[in-house]
Design a binder for this molecule. Structure first.
Ligand code: ADP
Length: 622
């Protein structure tokens, strides 16, 4: 099993100033720190959610922005057609204004009057894009002569051109400003189908009409344009085509160069779309060329639609221009995405840093505990070795004492026999030597007996039973009655309890202490001894008080070691085992033995026996 995982109960950690450390709690804490030191699923879930949120926010914002931009393009595209339509209506109004001016003159409008009308219109200013405004008359071969005579009154050079095969004539009578439209004066629009068809349509429908794409005679650059007609009739307006044809007089018309119309209607700088307008296969206007500054070869958006304009169908093809990208370029989604990703990266970095510092803390803690554990192990090994060798020693002492008894008994009894039978035959020196042998053998017997008793306490099985301490005390006093009488000792005993223990050992314990109390007296002093007990919540504290010679403080610990004596045999006879036996008996019950004394003032020997331990021993015995 891994040493780190072996459950360690609360224990003292060596070298930690007696601090008690709950190792279980420490290990739990260590485990939780170890868990925190790893990037586990919760961290990844947080990062995953955060990424999801980031991409979600980016996606929805992008959708919104895309929709907004797309709507904006659609609006701009529609606006192009609307603006052109509005502008055409304005031109149409101008044409009908011309028709009204003609109707206001009962004998037809002359050159000067038309010029005045045109001046009041302020074409350049109010109708940018229109090239001029003029009048076209319908002339039959029959009326040609009178028509020309009438024109020659004001303009002798006036002539109709170019010649053509048709049997009717639609000459431009007036066009203002004449300076820029000189080439158009006298132009017969019947010479060309496109111009002529739209004119016939205008006549027959009574409505304003435009031609298909044409090049104006007055446009030197020959860029696409068209004519815009508004018909007028003799006597007002008519509801049928036949009546219109019968009473048709002519048309007010306006020529347009498409480029100028667009410039006057939709300024390029103010829009972000490119426009292409076609009529059939012919371009009226086209900005989808590389020459255009704002042209975007890969437009973001495109829109195509047809609009009916005064008898023609114009096709609008609108592309978003380069400037649209800038205008519509909204960085919000990208900012959200980058910001979110940065936050996620930071989150990950924080998790990694946190787990790294936790790992460092764990390594440090491991390093520390390794030190303590190895020190503790060392001490445990030493304690184990010591206890092994102690046990061995005790066993040895027990066996030695036990085996010595027999030869010792032989030495004692035979030296005794020798003394009794042959003492009279011996000289004084031999008698003295024999006396030494007998005394030595007796002392050795006492030592061996005591040593055996001391060893037995460890080697014998302890049994517990109810012990009436008062009864034990009576036994002790009885055992010592001879000594008591000899020394005239005064012994008093308090009320002693019934405890659980081994009566033989308890007798030995009390007897040793009382015996010492009688023994260690100054010569001639009458021993006064008091035996008592104090009950505490969990323990009994017995005391044996005497008025003897007392013990100096420096010896008060040593006297409990085996064979430790403070006196010679001549002063006080003894083996030095008595207190060691007492100490062992008390400690084997989980108790404690100590002395309080001042030299010359008597001593009090205390021993403490825990009640719980006594109860436990009863349990074991049962
Ligand atoms: P022993 O009495 O056989 O010498 P003990 O182990 O009983 O051995 O006592 C150890 C020593 O403690 C004694 O030699 C003595 O010096 C001292 N001692 C014991 N009891 C008392 C006492 N009541 N008063 C003074 N000294 C004592």
């Amino acid at each position: 099993m891994d040493a780190q995982n072996v459950p360690i109960k609360a224990r003292k950690v060596p070298g930690m100033n007696d601090a008690l450390i709950d190792m279980d709690a420490l290990l739990q804490e260590k485990k939780s720190i170890e868990r925190a030191a790893k990037l586990h699923w919760l961290h990844w879930v947080v990062i995953g959610l955060s990424l999801l949120l980031t991409f979600g926010a980016w996606y929805f914002t992008k959708q919104q922005v895309d929709e907004k931009v797309s709507n904006r393009f659609a609006r701009e595209a529609d606006q192009v057609a609307e603006l052109i339509y509005e502008r055409m209506q304005k031109y149409e109004d101008a044409l009908w204004g011309g028709v009204a001016a003609i109707h206001s003159q009962s004998f037809g409008i002359d050159y000067e009057e038309w010029k005045r009308f045109s001046d009041t219109l302020q074409i350049e200013k109010k109708y940018p894009g229109i090239n001029g405004i003029g009048v076209i008359h319908y002339v039959t071969p029959e009326s040609m002569k009178s028509y020309l005579e009438l024109q020659h009154l004001d303009r002798p050079d006036y002539k109709i051109h170019p010649p053509h095969e048709k049997n009717e004539y639609w000459p431009i009578t007036y066009i203002e400003p004449v300076e820029t439209n000189a080439a158009a004066v006298g132009l017969d629009i019947a010479h060309e189908t496109n111009r002529h068809t739209a004119a016939v349509n205008a006549r027959d429908s009574g409505e304003a009409q435009i031609t298909g794409p044409i090049f104006l005679v007055q446009d030197a650059q020959k860029t696409p344009g068209f004519l815009f007609y508004a018909p007028f009739y003799r006597g007002g307006t008519y509801s049928t085509e036949v009546e219109r044809q019968k009473n048709f007089v002519g048309m007010v018309y306006a020529p347009f160069v498409f480029k100028k119309l667009m410039a006057g209607t939709l300024e390029k700088e103010k829009r972000h779309v490119g426009i292409q307008i076609t009529d059939g296969d012919t371009d009226l206007y086209n900005e989808h060329t590389e020459n255009e500054k704002d042209f975007d070869p890969n437009p973001l958006f495109k829109k195509q639609f047809d609009v009916s304009f005064y008898g023609r169908m114009w096709n609008f093809d609108i592309w978003s221009a380069k400037s649209f990208r800038k205008e519509a370029g909204n960085n919000k989604p990208m900012t959200i995405l980058l910001g979110g990703l940065m936050i996620d990266a930071m989150l990950l970095a924080i998790f990694i840093l946190l787990s790294r510092s936790n790992r460092r803390a764990i390594n440090f803690a491991n390093h520390m505990t390794e030190g303590y554990q190895s020190k503790e192990k060392e001490l445990e090994d030493i304690v184990e070795k010591l206890s092994d060798s102690n046990e061995e020693l005790e066993r040895f002492a027990y066996i030695a004492a036990h085996d010595l008894q027999e030869p010792l008994r032989m030495v004692t009894s035979f030296s005794q026999l020798l003394k009794e039978k042959y003492e009279s035959t011996l000289d004084d020196k031999a008698k003295e030597y024999l006396g030494f042998c007998v005394d030595g053998a007796a002392r050795m017997k006492a030592l061996v007996d005591d040593l055996l008793e001391y060893s037995r306490i460890t080697n014998d099985v302890d049994t517990s039973q109810d012990v009436d301490c008062s009864a034990i005390m009576d036994v002790v006093l009885d055992n010592l009655s001879e000594r008591i009488q000899e020394t005239k000792s005064e012994i008093s005993v308090g009320t002693l309890p019934v405890i659980s223990g081994n009566p033989v050992r308890f007798t030995r314990l009390i007897q040793n202490l009382v015996c010492n109390a009688i023994k260690y007296q100054n010569p001639g002093n009458v021993p006064k001894i008091h035996v008592d007990v104090t009950e505490k919540q969990d323990e009994w504290i017995f005391s044996v008080k005497d008025n003897g010679i007392g013990i100096k403080e420096e010896y008060q610990q040593q006297i409990f070691s085996p064979f430790k004596r403070l006196h010679t045999n001549q002063e006080y006879i003894g083996t030095g085992i008595g207190l060691a036996v007492c100490k062992k008996i008390v400690e084997m019950k989980g108790g404690r033995l100590w002395v309080e004394s001042n030299a010359g003032e008597g001593s009090i020997f205390y021993f403490l026996l825990p009640k719980a331990d006594i109860k436990n021993k009863i349990g074991e015995a049962a």
